[in-house]
Write a protein that binds this ligand. Structure first.
Ligand code: PSU
Ligand code: MN
Length: 304
């Protein structure tokens, strides 16, 4: 169908029988987590999905090929390689045409997942409207891509380094369905609650699967966000993380860090200032999201 697209044979076999597949992104591996936690986490997410009876498909670009489903040595390359680009959807044609390697963000991953016929993607926290966007205009392409890509992204909300009220407003404008799993509040990545109400709530994976099916049968082509709050044991309450976010944001501003480098910089600074606590929470929520995504993929495949 597409020369640039290369689907792993095991993943393809499951897709052909309309079985459960969960796509995972590579930017979190190459730019979101430090080594060696990134590699352990990438492997861990795949085994969580497998353990539940679904097929993981980690997505990235290697040698100009959009690879859906990576081998272990390739996961290792994304975890240890230096100079791996961070590819948003706008960068995909460049990476393919110049035969480059690159890690895919949520925006690029959902595009590739849709090309492959995968309906469910898991990540930690999506990008969104950055603080100060009224002057910088820094708004993640994750939002605009979600507006036009019929894929469900399981995440712990948008990263708390962002302006969450603006992020929710923009998602509403873009027609993205936002459902929080078993909470009234939209989560804030490391924190169970952002203090903002979630537009919608569900208690069950079966209901989520029905909502996904219904959205498609109504002909609505925009994406769905399933927000999965971190557990009480794993979370860092908003009050405890706020000062760390503000200090990191100020440091980024002083040092003139912007664009693609901003999110990785903030995550790294906050991991350092919380002595690794934010990193532990990030890993825990990634694992919980992979689990919920696998359960959703299973429920969707049973419904066919
Ligand atoms: N989830 C995480 N850590 C990450 C990301 C998600 O737990 O690093 C990545 C995703 O790839 C997301 C990207 O698309 O951060 C957002 O980057 P930006 O703000 O530059 O659009
Ligand atoms: Mn940006």
């Amino acid at each position: 169908m597409n020369d640039a697209l290369s689907i792993d044979p095991d993943v393809r076999a499951v897709l052909e029988r309309k079985g459960p597949v969960v796509a995972l992104e590579t930017t979190v591996i190459s730019h979101g987590l430090p080594h060696p936690e990134n590699l352990e986490t990438a492997r861990g997410l795949e085994s969580i999905v497998r353990g539940l009876g679904a097929m993981p498909a980690t997505i990235g670009v290697l040698g100009g090929r959009i690879r859906v489903g990576l081998r272990d040595t390739e996961l290792e390359h994304f975890a240890t390689g230096t100079g791996i680009r961070k590819l948003s959807s706008a960068d995909l044609p460049y990476a393919v045409a110049t035969v480059a390697d690159g890690a895919t963000t949520v925006a690029a991953t959902i595009v590739c997942a849709q090309m492959a016929g995968i309906e469910v993607v898991a990540t930690g926290g999506i990008g969104g409207v950055h603080r100060g966007a009224e002057t910088t205009y820094d708004i993640s392409a994750d939002l605009t891509q979600l507006a036009k890509t019929p894929v469900t992204v399981v995440c712990s909300g948008a990263k708390a380094i962002l302006d969450l009220p603006k992020t929710l407003e923009m998602l509403e404008t873009l027609g993205v369905t936002i459902i929080t799993y078993r909470s009234d509040d939209f989560p804030a990545f490391w924190s169970r609650s952002s203090g903002l109400p979630s537009p919608l709530r569900t208690e069950s994976v079966d209901e989520l699967a029905r909502i996904v099916r219904t959205k498609r049968s109504l002909g609505l082509r925009s994406g769905i966000i399933v927000a999965n709050p971190a557990t009480e044991t794993d979370e860092i309450p908003l009050a405890a993380i706020t000062a760390h976010i503000e200090a990191a944001t100020n440091e980024a501003q002083t040092r003139g860090i912007s664009g693609k480098a901003l999110t990785p910089f903030l995550l790294d600074r906050i991991a350092a200032s919380t002595s690794g606590r934010s990193l532990a929470t990030n890993i825990a929520l990634l694992r919980a999201n992979a689990r919920l995504a696998a359960l959703l993929a299973l429920a969707l495949s049973e419904k066919r």
